[in-house]
Design a protein around this ligand. Structure first.
Ligand code: NAP
Length: 279
């Protein structure tokens, strides 16, 4: 199976590609250096030429804060480029997997969001990703939309690494009133494989860790696993002003596709430590 990964040099892409290869897929990695997804014609031509059976679209404008100021660019990448990919995927009869986000929800619920729940994004990033989903649904028959959340991995800027970089501060303030599901890129990659290998019906899925936590409790677990004693101070979202609105509650019902977030985080630390030992 020829599998084209868009956004292969991103945080998810770098973990996903070798995992796909390990299960026997023939992987073609694409990122900005191969072709810029904003160049719609070149993108279409390249995809027609490669003619993959599966396209996993992980490329995105992911800076949630900056998207509030660069809404046009965020829309071009997350919505318009996605529509372009959906059209060409359908034309060549490929299966398209589009990675989406918990930020399509407004966070007003108090029980886990199911794929059937109505989306109501409250940030530019969330809106552009949701419009990307809509384009995939409209233009590509054979599609999976895989919503994930609070991603961390070895190859990108993320909450785990940000927390660890602050370990020598006198105090570290972390919000305790936003709840979600921290998800390891490797757990997500395994979940994506289970979609393809399990030949699940096309449609929308939530692929995030099981169980949920606040950013504060998540930070506590990170420092516990890192054996670091720090002064963590819980604060409310209002005390940490940000341009983009975030859902207060973005827990997603995941059908147990991924393990508990604590299990994955422990596995991540084991891998991270073995990496440090060989560097
Ligand atoms: N990170 C999270 O917490 C999170 C949560 C939920 C969902 N997601 C979704 O998960 C997916 C993967 O996220 P990630 O954290 O791996 O993001 P990432 O590290 O920012 O990777 C995104 C990749 O897309 C590439 N890209 C952006 N614009 C492009 C363009 N015009 N042409 C070609 N490539 C382009 C980026 O290249 P450059 O580096 O050159 O810009 C980067 O390599 C995204 O769809 C994201 O929306 C992420």
């Amino acid at each position: 199976m020829k599998t084209l990964v868009l956004g292969a040099k991103g945080m998810l892409g770098q973990d996903l590609c070798p995992i796909l290869e390990n299960v026997g897929l023939f992987v073609i990695e694409a990122d900005r250096e191969n072709f810029d997804l904003l160049d719609f014609e070149t993108t279409k031509e390249a995809i027609r030429r490669i003619k993959p059976n599966i396209i996993i679209h992980c490329a995105a404008y992911t800076n949630v804060e900056k998207a509030e100021e660069e809404s046009e660019l965020a829309k071009k990448i997350n919505t318009d480029a996605t529509q372009n990919i959906a059209i060409v995927a359908n034309e060549i009869d490929a299966t398209l997997i589009y990675i989406s986000t918990d930020y399509v929800f407004d966070g007003e619920k108090t029980t886990p969001y199911t794929p059937q729940d109505k989306a109501n994004p409250i940030s530019v990033y969330g809106k552009t990703k949701f419009l990307g989903e809509e384009a995939v649904r409209k233009y590509c028959k054979k599609h999976y939309i895989a919503r994930t959340s609070w991603l961390y991995g070895l190859y990108g800027k993320n909450f785990v690494e940000t927390m660890l970089s602050l370990k020598d501060k006198e105090e570290i303030k972390v919000v305790d009133d936003r709840i979600g599901c921290p998800t390891w890129t490797v757990a997500l990659s395994r979940g994506l494989i289970s979609l393809i290998a399990g030949q699940k019906p096309y449609g929308t899925y939530h692929i995030c860790s099981s169980d949920s936590t606040s950013w504060y409790e998540y930070a506590k677990e990170i420092f516990k696993l890192a054996n670091e004693k720090v002064n963590l101070v819980p604060i409310k979202s209002e005390q940490y002003p940000q341009k983009a609105k975030r859902p207060k509650y973005s827990v997603m019902d995941n059908d147990n596709i991924c393990p508990d977030w604590r299990v994955s985080l422990k596995e991540y630390f084991e891998l991270r430590n073995s990496f440090k030992n060989i560097q």
